[in-house]
Write a protein that binds this ligand. Structure first.
Ligand SMILES: NC(=O)c1ccc[n+]([C@@H]2O[C@H](COP(=O)([O-])OP(=O)(O)OC[C@H]3O[C@@H](n4cnc5c(N)ncnc54)[C@H](OP(=O)(O)O)[C@@H]3O)[C@@H](O)[C@H]2O)c1
Length: 255
């Protein structure tokens, strides 16, 4: 199934209505893929992204679904594959953050984060596998976070969910690698989006001197991992943080 085949490839981008997901949707559409965006509530934002993609000559559609809801995910993937007759790329980008110290974290708030951020990618991946296995070609790209490895206080649930998605990436890669499916993960650092707007305004530039990233700083690598050229990359997590992680470890060593 070469990239140059007549029918455009089809991508499903969860959380594609804004922020990093919207940038990924734009980038994949610019690469010629038909992009299906999913979000849970912000339909106006999602419709805007679809309009922008179409105005630029691309193809996109918006769906409402909660990635943590099994029935909604099954119906979503079923609908897209019936409509398109194929599904080549899944980007598990949707996530929520709900920081609070573990000692006072209620179970329902812990579970809400894990449901969107980890159970969601499990459900979507499981739902797309039959069609990808049939095609003998697929790309699953998960979005993690630096917080998986360097969490701040209050990030137990979020960091656990992101550590989980990195392990899920490796585990699934082992299962499907021989079937033409590549599963990789991108771990952004701090990126200015709705999720982080309040923190970004409060903190400004960080003490380590690295700038806040833009959603477009992340989308290029995701688009690359979706391509044929990325065939020899499997089960990996790539940090994209403007050097923040390495600068921090350097400054610790020099103290
Ligand atoms: N921004 C950063 O600094 C940063 C850093 C590291 C990693 N990340 C990761 O990058 C990804 C995107 O982050 P972002 O900053 O772009 O977030 P964002 O601006 O808050 O956007 C999140 C998107 O996910 C959707 N979403 C959330 N929960 C959902 C659910 N259960 N079902 C369906 N859609 C859902 C939201 O739509 P609705 O509101 O309509 O549900 C929205 O489209 C996330 O995985 C995040 O953890 C971000």
């Amino acid at each position: 199934m070469p990239e140059s085949a007549a029918a455009p490839r089809v991508a499903l981008v969860t959380g594609g209505s804004r922020g990093i997901g919207a940038a990924i949707a734009h980038r994949l559409a610019a690469d010629g893929l038909t992009v299906h965006l999913v979000c849970r509530s912000a339909q106006d934002a999602g419709r805007r992204v679809v309009k922008e993609i179409e105005a630029a000559g691309g193809h996109a559609a918006l769906h409402r679904a909660d990635v943590g809801d099994e029935a909604e995910v099954e119906a979503l993937v079923d609908g897209v594959t019936k409509q398109e007759g194929a599904l080549h790329v899944l980007v598990n980008n949707a996530a929520v953050i709900d920081d609070q110290l573990l000692a006072v974290t209620r179970t329902d708030r812990w579970e809400k984060v894990l449901r969107s951020n980890l159970t969601g990618p499990f459900l979507t991946s499981r739902a797309v596998l039959p069609v990808m296995l049939d095609q003998g070609w697929g790309r699953i790209i998960n979005i993690s976070s630096n917080s998986a490895r360097t969490p701040g206080p209050g990030q137990s649930a979020y960091a656990a969910s992101k550590g989980g998605i990195e392990s899920l990436t490796r585990a699934l890669a082992v299962e499907v690698g021989r079937k033409g499916i590549r599963v990789n993960c991108v771990a952004p650092g701090k990126v200015r989006t709705e999720m982080t707007a309040a923190v970004a305004d409060r903190l400004g530039a960080d003490g380590d001197g690295t700038r806040w990233g833009l959603p477009e700083d992340i989308s290029g690598l995701v688009a690359f991992l979706a391509r044929d050229e990325a065939d020899y990359i499997q089960g990996q997590t790539f940090t994209v943080d403007g050097g923040r992680m390495v600068m921090r470890s350097g400054s610790r060593r020099s103290r």
